[in-house]
Design a protein around this ligand. Structure first.
Ligand code: N01
Length: 528
C-alpha cells in the first residue's frame, strides 16, 4: 500500500494497516509528520476542536499518557503530539519525507497502481490511500504584481519554520477567514502598523481557550471511553448536544440564556446552539442578532463595526471562526481596516498594495487567503484511472465519490476525509480513524474472498452525489459563497462538497454498506 501524506489520517493508516500485515510506504512532501499542523505555523494558530477530542482514540494507553495543556491546543502542541505518536508507534521508518508524489497511474491489466515521486521513486502498489487533507492546497490569489513585492510574503499555510518578527514593520494581511482572524491579533501586537485588507466580513466567536488543570485532565481521562462513544455518534465528532428545543420554540429568554451560555463557553459550537440553526432562516437570525449585539459592543468605532458585520451570509453557513480579541484589535491605533468591497485591490508593486483609492506602503505581506479546498490536493497528484481518465477530468463538474471513499474508475484507491464524506464538518482525527478502519475491513474482506479489488460503481457514486446534494439543499449552507461550495476559487464548479448528514449517521451508512457485502462497490475477482 502507498499512502500519500503523513498527517493524522496518513499516520493512522500506516499504523493500522502495517499492524494488519500490509507492507506500507508513506510519501510526505514535508520534512516532518503532521500535515496541516506541520505547515500552518502562523502566529496564533490553534485548533478550534477541543484537544481532548482532537486526538487519536485508537489506543487508550496513548489517551492516558498524553497531557494536553489547554482546552484548545496550539499548533506547536499538536505537532508535538503527532511527533510523539510517530515515535511511539515507530512510524518514521516507513515514511519517505521531503518527497512529493507526482503521478499515480493505474495498470489496467494488473489493477495495480504505479506511483512516481519528485525524488525519482517509482513503486507499484495494490492499494493507494489519499491522505492529503481537505485544506492543504494553498490558494495564492491572482493579484497583479504579487511577485514584484520587495518585502517578505507569507502564506499562513506555508509559514516559515523559524518565527517571523514583525516588530517595527508595516504589515498587510489579505484575508479574514479562520487563519486571518487568528493571525491578525498576534501580528497587531508586534507591527508598527497593520493594514487588514478585508473583502468579506466573517462571523467569529470567542475561542474560549483556558488552561487545563490536573483535575480537568483527570476528569477527561476518566471519562474517555464514553466521550469517544458519544463523539462517534454525534453530528460533528465531539460530544456536543444541542438545546432540546428548536430556536423558534424556545422563549426569547430561553434563547438568550442558551446563546449566552455558549458564548461564555466559547468555540465553534455557537453555530450549533439550537438544532435548527442552519436549517431555518428565522432561527438562524436569532443567533445572528445575538452575535451582532455582542460584537458591536466591543468595537469602539461604529463605522468599523459596520464593516466587520457580515451582510452576505447566514451565520454558520461558512465555517464560523474562533478568535482571541479579534474585534478588539480594531480598537488599536496601529490597525487599519481596508474595505476591499468599496476599494478593491488593483495591484501589488515593490513597495506595497494599491487599492482603487490608495497606495499602502508595507514591509511584509501576509496571505491568509485559504485553500483550493477538498479537491485541490487530490487533483494535483495527476491520478490516472481506467481508460486514461484523470481524477481531475472525472471531477470536472465537481467531485464524484461513493461515500467519499471510492471513485468509479479508480479501483483500490481510497480517499480519506475528502469530498462526499463528512470531512471538514467533523473532527478530522476521529474521521480519519473511521475511514482507515473501514478501508482495513474492506481489504480484509477482499482477502477473505480471494478478490483483487474494490471499485465504486458509477451508479452508486451518482446516487451518493445526489444524496449529498439533496441533504445540503435542506440546509442554509449552499446559500453562502463558501469554500464548501468551491466558491472561493475562480472557475471551480459550485457543488456543496461534504456530506452534511452528520458524523454518526455517516458512520452508520458506511458500516451498513460494508455489512451488505460492500453494496455499491464491484468486488473484482482475479482474472475478471
Ligand atoms: O481560508 P478562508 P482560511 N483578495 O478561505 C480572502 C480551517 N481552519 O485559511 O471571503 C482579497 O476561510 C477571502 O475573502 P472572500 C477552517 O475550516 C481552521 O482562513 O473570498 N481577499 C477570505 O477572507 C477554515 O474555514 C482553523 O471574499 C481574498 C480569506 O481570504 C479553513 O481552514 C484555523 C482573496 C480566506 O479565508 C480555511 O480558512 C485556520 C483576494 N484575491 C483554518 N482571495 C482552526 O481550527 C481570498 N481572499 C481555528
Amino acid at each position: 500500500m502507498v499512502v500519500v501524506g503523513a498527517g493524522f489520517a496518513g499516520l493512522y493508516a500506516l499504523h493500522k494497516l502495517r499492524s494488519d500485515g500490509l507492507s506500507v510506504r508513506v510519501f510526505e512532501a514535508g520534512d516532518g509528520v503532521g500535515g496541516v499542523w506541520y505547515w500552518n505555523r502562523y502566529p496564533g494558530a490553534r485548533c478550534d476542536v477541543e484537544s481532548v477530542d482532537y486526538s487519536y482514540s485508537f489506543d487508550p494507553e496513548l489517551e492516558q499518557e498524553w497531557n494536553w495543556s489547554e482546552k484548545y491546543a496550539t499548533q506547536p502542541e499538536i505537532l508535538e503530539y503527532v511527533n510523539h505518536v510517530a515515535d511511539r508507534y515507530d512510524l518514521r521508518r516507513d515514511i519517505r519525507f521531503g518527497t512529493r508524489v507526482t503521478d499515480i497511474a493505474l495498470d489496467e491489466q494488473t489493477l495495480r497502481w504505479e506511483i512516481r515521486t519528485d525524488a525519482g521513486d517509482a513503486v507499484s502498489a495494490r492499494f493507494v490511500i489519499l491522505a492529503v487533507g481537505p485544506l492543504s492546497n494553498a490558494n495564492i490569489p491572482a493579484i497583479e504584481g504579487l511577485d514584484s513585492f520587495d518585502g517578505g510574503v507569507y502564506h499562513t499555510a506555508h509559514w516559515p519554520h523559524e518565527s517571523v518578527d514583525f516588530t517595527g514593520k508595516r504589515v498587510g494581511v489579505i484575508g479574514t477567514g479562520s487563519s486571518g482572524i487568528q493571525t491578525i491579533p498576534e501580528v497587531a501586537k508586534q507591527a508598527e502598523q497593520l493594514y487588514v485588507f478585508q473583502r468579506s466580513a466573517n462571523y467569529s466567536v470567542p475561542a474560549g481557550n483556558v488552561p487545563l488543570s490536573d483535575e480537568d485532565r483527570a476528569a477527561q481521562k476518566a471519562n474517555y471511553r464514553e466521550r469517544r462513544r458519544l463523539s462517534f455518534l454525534s453530528g460533528g465528532g465531539s460530544p456536543h448536544q444541542a438545546h432540546p428545543k428548536p430556536a423558534l420554540e424556545a422563549s426569547e429568554e430561553e434563547r438568550r440564556e442558551a446563546y449566552e451560555k455558549r458564548w461564555q463557553l466559547g468555540g465553534v459550537l455557537y453555530s450549533k446552539t439550537f438544532p435548527d440553526q442552519v436549517t431555518n432562516a428565522e432561527s438562524n437570525d436569532t443567533a445572528r442578532a445575538f452575535w451582532e449585539e455582542k460584537v458591536r459592543a466591543v468595537i469602539d468605532d461604529p463605522e468599523i463595526a459596520e464593516l466587520l458585520v457580515p451582510k452576505d451570509h447566514a451565520i454558520g453557513t461558512k465555517r464560523i471562526c474562533t478568535d482571541a480579541n479579534y474585534y478588539q484589535t480594531y480598537n488599536r491605533d496601529n490597525v487599519t481596516l481596508v474595505n476591499l468591497k468599496a476599494t478593491p485591490i488593483e495591484s501589488i508593486d515593490a513597495a506595497g498594495v494599491r487599492t482603487a483609492d490608495e497606495h499602502y506602503e508595507i514591509d511584509a505581506l501576509i496571505l491568509a487567503t485559504g485553500f483550493d479546498a477538498m479537491t485541490g490536493s487530490m487533483e494535483k497528484l495527476n491520478i490516472v484511472g481506467r481508460d486514461g481518465q484523470t481524477l481531475k477530468q472525472a471531477w470536472a463538474e465537481g467531485p464524484k465519490t461513493y461515500l467519499g471513499l471510492g471513485v468509479a474508475g479508480f479501483p483500490n484507491l481510497f480517499n480519506m476525509t475528502g469530498p462526499g464524506s463528512v470531512s471538514v464538518l467533523a473532527n478530522m482525527v476521529l474521521h480519519s480513524e473511521l475511514h482507515v478502519n473501514w478501508v482495513a475491513d474492506a481489504i480484509a474482506h477482499l482477502d477473505e474472498r480471494g478478490a483483487v479489488a474494490l471499485e465504486a460503481t458509477p451508479e452508486a457514486a451518482a446516487s451518493w452525489v445526489q444524496e449529498c446534494s439533496d441533504r445540503a439543499a435542506q440546509t442554509l449552507l449552499p446559500t453562502a459563497n463558501s469554500w464548501y461550495m468551491g466558491a472561493n476559487i475562480p472557475g471551480k464548479p459550485r457543488v456543496f462538497m461534504p456530506f452534511i448528514g452528520g458524523f454518526g449517521a455517516y458512520g452508520e451508512i458506511i458500516a451498513d454498506v460494508a455489512a451488505a457485502g460492500y453494496k455499491g462497490f464491484d468486488v473484482i475477482e482475479a482474472g475478471e
